[in-house]
Design a protein around this ligand. Structure first.
Ligand code: AMP
Length: 490
């Protein structure tokens, strides 16, 4: 039975310690999101929890805060974490570590992440110094255990985040092996955007009489998100339309099918004067970290990526998601779309659909439960401008991105925008009267102010745990340690 908290309960009323509540408040996080209000009490009471919420709903704190609270008051022995979070990708691991960093500090706990693609020796050394809450991708943790650098026998609470993604990526054998190494009577929290198929097998095998909290149906139910199908006659028109969309004001993610396709589109956009980075599993990890950081701080406003970035990753203020290539299936559509309209913000999702793709895309969006309108667009169309804020790019080619340096600072240009934008009326003007269009006014940031340094509670949604201290530390933190720490499975 669930403790059924009041939906309007405060973090303190849910049972979180004062120090934690204060740290959250400093970060501008005052009121629990629904999934947090629904699950924190049960998790604190030691119950196994099965939670489903839409992406961006605040799942990280929903499992992270009760985990930290339950770990408080004791200390991990070398190589023996007491709490474990398993995640599918290196980026998500780093994101969760950052989100919980300050909260852990306030409780005197040590948090670390271990992911592939980084020197394992350094991670073994970190574990040897004692880690209370370990965030890991399954493969690397498996390796560390084989090397006897990690032992899971003291793990009293385990969280699986994006469990469906781990299942889809074929991680279940490793995940089950790891869970088998944790104490049988340990507490387990399983969070996922969707709870079906293989996730169900995990639930049956590892969760003991779980309370289930679902704060949303499986369909795309984020009311601040609008969806459009943009019909483009052929591939050439599609590329020109995509370039005009990319030249808009605001952060844009473009999803493509293949790694090669991501590189090609990013190159094409830079050739037209739009600063774009490409991110996919074929890139070196330090390159991935730098690309994400430059996108997050706004210095490179367009991210062209494969489905590697479709899940879990949270970047503030992504106002438009473009399916440049339609996704393979409806779940991928929802995950990709979930990169926008996060934490209550507005967001627009458009799919570029060629004539021959129309039938498949219509079936897929129906399955995704998405209400879409379809409209024919050509370069320069008023409708295209209204929906996406598209505009003509400068046409002045930008240089290829600088070669990746392992020790380069997070934002090599100090956070200054270095985009080659065309002048002309801002997209927001062109989109007047369409407040839900992606071209609608966005929050302006003074030049040089990093997105990640935006004070929490100042009209936006800061990352969790994003206190001024934490943010300053992060802004000053070189990319290299993160680069060394990370490798996701794809
Ligand atoms: P998540 O779904 O965990 O990736 O969280 C999405 C975003 O919502 C992150 O930037 C969090 O910092 C933010 N967030 C989570 N919980 C709250 C809350 N209770 N109040 C305000 N922002 C929050």
């Amino acid at each position: 039975m669930s403790t059924s908290p009041r939906p309007d309960a405060t973090f303190a009323e849910l049972g979180l310690p004062v120090a934690l509540v204060q740290t959250l408040r400093n970060a501008g996080i005052e009121k629990p999101f629904p999934i947090q209000a629904a699950t924190i009490g049960d998790a604190l009471a030691g119950r196994d929890v099965l939670g489903r919420g839409p992406t961006g709903s605040g799942k990280t704190l929903a499992f992270g805060l009760p985990m930290l609270t339950r770990l408080t008051g004791a200390s991990a022995k070398p190589g023996r974490p007491r709490g474990l979070v398993l995640v599918p990708t290196r980026e998500l691991a780093t994101q969760i570590e950052r989100a919980l960093d300050e909260a852990a500090l306030s409780l005197g706990l040590r948090v670390a992440s271990v992911v592939g693609g980084a020197p394992i020796k350094r991670q073994a050394d970190r574990l040897a110094r004692g880690v209370d809450l370990l965030i890991a991708t399954p493969g690397r943790l498996d390796d560390l255990i084989k090397q006897r650098a990690a032992d899971l026998s003291d793990v009293m609470i385990t969280a699986l985040d994006e469990a469906d993604h781990m299942a889809d990526m074929g991680f279940l054998p490793q995940v089950t092996r790891l869970l088998d190494r944790t104490p049988k009577d340990g507490q387990r929290l399983l969070f996922s955007a969707t709870l079906d198929g293989d996730v169900d097998k995990l639930v049956k095998r590892y969760l003991n009489n779980p309370v289930t909290h679902s704060t949303a149906p499986a369909e795309a139910s984020v009311t601040t998100m609008t969806h459009h199908l943009l019909y483009v006659r052929d591939k050439n028109i599609k590329r020109t339309v995509a370039t005009e969309i990319a030249a808009r004001d605001g952060l844009t993610i473009m999803f493509v099918r293949t790694k090669h396709g991501a590189d090609r589109l990013a190159k094409q956009l830079r050739g037209a004067g739009v600063d774009a980075g490409s991110l996919h599993g074929g890139k070196a990890q330090n390159n991935r970290v730098r690309t994400l950081a430059a996108f997050a701080d706004g210095s490179v406003p367009v991210l062209v990526t494969t489905d590697v970035a479709a899940r879990g990753i949270h970047i503030d203020g992504v106002s438009l998601v473009v399916h440049f290539d339609p996704p393979a299936e409806h779940k991928a559509y929802l995950h990709r779309a979930g990169r926008t309209a996060r934490a209550g913000e507005d967001g627009v999702v458009v799919t570029l659909v060629t004539d021959e793709e129309r039938k498949d895309v219509a079936a897929m969006t129906r399955k995704a439960g998405v209400q879409t309108d379809g409209v024919e667009v050509r370069p320069g169309d008023r409708k295209l401008v209204e929906i996406t804020g598209a505009r003509k790019p400068s046409g002045i080619a930008l240089a290829a991105p600088a070669p990746t340096q392992v020790n380069a600072p997070k934002s090599a240009n100090g956070g200054r925008p270095r985009r080659g934008r065309s002048g002309g009326a801002p997209a927001s003007e062109a989109a007047q009267g369409h407040s839900r269009g992606a071209g609608a006014p966005r929050r302006e940031r003074p030049a040089g102010e990093s997105r990640s340094r935006k004070p929490a509670g100042a009209g936006g949604h800061a990352r969790s745990g994003d206190t001024p201290t934490n943010s300053r530390r992060r802004a000053a933190r070189p990319a290299a340690p993160a680069a060394r720490r990370n490798r996701s499975a794809n």
